[in-house]
Design a protein around this ligand. Structure first.
Ligand code: AGP
Length: 368
């Protein structure tokens, strides 16, 4: 009912604004400063088994799949464990060679997604240890997995997933820290990661202040027929997620791409009426993304940049800039997701769409 939305006109907006708290909830009691690691009550993995994990296959659908793609970068960086990410609908009918030390990790907000449940069951049948990162307590997937981590994000009502995504990424970062600390990650590195994670809720509170900038950008581009979302490395999955958000609630066609892949085809789509949203905060690939941005400008495409505060280099090239706080690169997926959620929301409103209940979509897809 309306009461649960409180002061917010839509569940989606309420859930976007809940993210400082939902992120704090995801981390509560799980960060262990003394040992520079993370702990999870329900993982059900012995120390021996933990050390033996030599590969992780992450499986999910939709937004949860995008979170898993971020997880691939996180596990690689902190735990040096090879990760493969598979759509659950594909994994369930594949017979990929996996040895016994491969763990299958399902990601799901609802815990009821039919394809994800089927992929989990199939993995169990093949003798793999299964884990899940799940929001809905007591859901089918939460019950059937060997072990797992709850998001504690509270019910997500808006069909477009928002707070579940950022919590999934935070849990993946903690899992990467945990796995990393059983391997080669130093206690100094562990302490640094813990401090950065602890600062996150306040950073997200600050990030939400970009809402006014987002509104101005939305008003300018709400009549677009096509929008491109571009990012690299940690922000490539966020480009996919930004495009999915816009598609599902505004019905505007959008594509997410790794920014450098544009020149292999999609750049043909660029013209004055096709805006590109660039994820270009400061970091390792900043210069590379800048030059991808210039390639789009040179073809007359409008550019909206999600950038670090006061970045003059970006402002000199982009038509519009939305500023987000500076964070280490591995946390940029969480921070940059916020303006993209807000942008999809504001554009959908301007298009007169039913934000919380978009056409053709159900909150959880319990059919194959
Ligand atoms: C995201 O906004 C979606 N509506 C959808 O892609 C969703 O993430 C997907 O169906 C997976 O759901 P789950 O996380 O509940 O398994």
């Amino acid at each position: 009912g309306d009461a649960e939305k409180g002061a917010f006109p839509h569940f989606m907006l309420k859930e976007i604004y809940e993210q400082p708290e939902t992120l704090a909830n995801a981390m509560r009691g799980r960060l262990d400063s003394d040992n520079a690691t993370a702990h999870f009550g329900g993982l059900n993995l012995g120390a021996q088994q933990l050390r033996q994990i030599d590969r992780v296959v992450m499986t999910a659908c939709g937004t949860s799949y995008h979170a898993a793609l971020v997880g691939e970068y996180l596990f690689e960086e902190f735990a040096r464990v090879p990760v493969e990410v598979e759509y659950a609908s594909e994994l369930r009918y594949r017979n990929p060679p996996m040895d016994r030390n491969t763990v299958v990790l399902a990601l799901t907000q609802s815990g009821e997604t039919a394809d994800t449940l089927a992929a989990l069951r199939e993995s169990k049948r093949m003798g793999h240890t299964t884990l899940a990162i799940c929001n809905a307590v007591g859901s089918s997937i939460a019950r059937e997995t060997d072990g797992g981590v709850y998001l504690h994000a509270g019910p997500e009502i808006g069909v477009a997933s928002t707070k579940a995504f950022t919590s999934q990424v935070a849990v993946l970062a903690m899992l990467a820290l945990y796995l990393g600390r059983t391997r080669h990650l130093s206690s100094t590195q562990g302490q640094r990661i813990i401090a950065e994670l602890q600062a996150l809720p306040d950073v997200i509170r600050k990030t939400l202040e970009c809402h006014d900038q987002v509104k101005r950008v939305a008003a300018k581009y709400a009549d677009a027929k096509n929008v491109l979302y571009l990012g690299r490395q940690y922000l490539y999955p966020v480009a996919l997620e930004g495009a999915l958000k816009l598609k599902e609630i505004s019905y505007i066609h959008a594509e997410g791409y790794p920014a450098a892949e544009m020149k292999h085809g999609p750049i043909a789509l660029v013209d004055e009426s096709t805006p590109s949203v660039f994820l270009v905060p400061r970091g390792n690939v900043f210069d590379k993304v800048m030059s991808n941005m210039q390639e789009i400008k040179a073809r007359g495409g409008p550019v909206i940049a999600i950038a670090s505060p006061g970045d003059h280099e970006v402002a000199a090239v982009a038509d519009d800039v939305i500023e987000i706080p500076d964070v280490p690169e591995y946390l940029q997926p969480i921070v940059t997701a916020i303006p993209l959620q807000l942008l999809a929301y504001e554009i959908a409103l301007l298009c007169g769409c039913d934000v919380d209940k978009p056409r053709n979509l159900a909150k959880s897809v319990t059919v194959e």
